[in-house]
Design a protein around this ligand. Structure first.
Ligand code: MRU
Length: 348
């Protein structure tokens, strides 16, 4: 498993330290956060990113909100916290873990309404810490189930960063890879660069390399070539939101990879923690897709790479239809089609 040095988020019981992912791989810089506004800004600007990690950061932001909330009665406390949750939910729209974590904190508050406010504040902290710890266990379990789908000598292609840097620990898509590595298996990973902001080259390549995993970086447009050579036995990606029918939003480019995998007959797996599965969203059509600043596309490597005034389309995510997905790897087991029925079953 990866070294502690690349933990994306550290909590000392009262303070939150976020590894500034915008600075990677150049600098390892942890920034202290102590207000909901600071965490909002971190999520918005991708200082902290990756669906599970966004949820954890938002949960701690709710504790910061609780600390400065009025203590003169449950109703005013509750309303204050609800406003803060609504505010934090505007940081990014696609990863459902953000909304899931905020709801979980609000439910915990609602259930504690007969307790003194100072106790409720502690319960908010407890719940945030629980969400944080649970994510580590979820990722480990995903690793154990995902390992069953790999064999010694496999080539695995992944996209974006669904690694330790996107979670409390181990990652989702990377967890089976780390476990395979621990067993001494020779897994060869291909990491897509993942334009426009290069989470694959800056983050996935970095964390796998640091952990000693055999990783080869490719540009996004090289995936078909690598697959055509027979070097890829499985694709494993993460997800930002899985709809009830299995349609899956993940980093832009995932849809294309799923089509390539189908063409080449390569299994296409989605590592999906259950908090990322949204039963309230029926299909992919309902998933809100974030569009980001055109500058991410018109500049690369700090340099202008497109003419001034060019029209740009910059969606951060796309939706892979469930037909293109071989299976979901969750912490509760592997889900095969038919997804509509089988996804529901794991929540029963
Ligand atoms: O824009 P990002 O970097 O937050 O996008 C991240 C992804 O698309 C990941 O694949 C997803 O959040 C899963 S992380 C375990």
């Amino acid at each position: 498993m990866p070294k502690e040095g690349l933990l994306p988020l550290k909590w000392d019981g009262e303070n939150l330290f976020l590894l500034d992912q915008r600075e990677l791989p150049d600098k390892i810089l942890y920034n202290k956060k102590s207000t909901p506004e600071e965490v909002w800004e971190s999520i918005k600007t991708l200082e902290v990113r990756g669906a599970p990690l966004i949820g954890i950061a938002a949960a701690y932001a709710m504790y910061f909100a609780a600390k400065s909330a009025p203590g003169d009665g449950f109703e005013s406390f509750y309303n204050y916290m609800k406003n803060k949750a609504e505010y934090l939910s505007t940081s990014r729209p696609t990863a459902v873990n953000l909304f899931w974590a905020l709801n979980r904190i609000m439910n915990r508050i609602a259930k504690s309404k007969d307790r003194p406010i100072r106790e409720i504040k502690d319960l908010v902290k407890e719940e945030a810490q629980k969400i944080h710890r649970e994510d580590e266990n979820i990722c480990r379990k995903i690793g154990e189930y995902g390992l069953q789908l790999l064999k010694d000598g496999y080539g695995v292609l992944t996209h974006c960063n669904a690694g330790q840097l996107a979670t409390a620990k181990y990652g989702t898509a990377t967890a089976p890879i780390y476990l395979a590595y621990e067993k001494g298996w020779k897994i060869k990973v291909f990491a897509d660069e993942t334009r426009p902001v290069n989470q694959g080259s800056r983050l996935t390549a970095l964390e796998l390399k640091e952990a000693g995993v055999d990783v080869t970086l490719i540009c996004d447009n090289m995936a078909a070539c690598v697959m055509s050579k027979g070097w890829v036995n499985a694709v494993i990606v993460g997800c930002d939101r899985v709809a009830a029918n299995g349609d899956t939003a993940n980093k832009i480019g995932t849809l294309g990879l799923s089509i390539l995998a189908k063409y080449f007959g390569i299994p296409f797996y989605v590592a999906a923690p259950t908090p990322t599965i949204d039963l309230n969203t029926e299909s992919g059509e309902e998933i809100p897709i974030e569009e980001r600043d055109p500058l991410e596309v018109t500049q690369s490597f700090g340099k202008k790479t497109a003419p001034d005034g060019i029209k740009v389309f910059n969606p951060a995510f796309d939706v892979t239809p469930h037909e293109n997905i071989t299976a979901f790897i969750t912490e509760k087991g592997i889900i095969y089609p038919p997804f509509k029925e089988n996804i529901r079953k794991i929540f029963e």
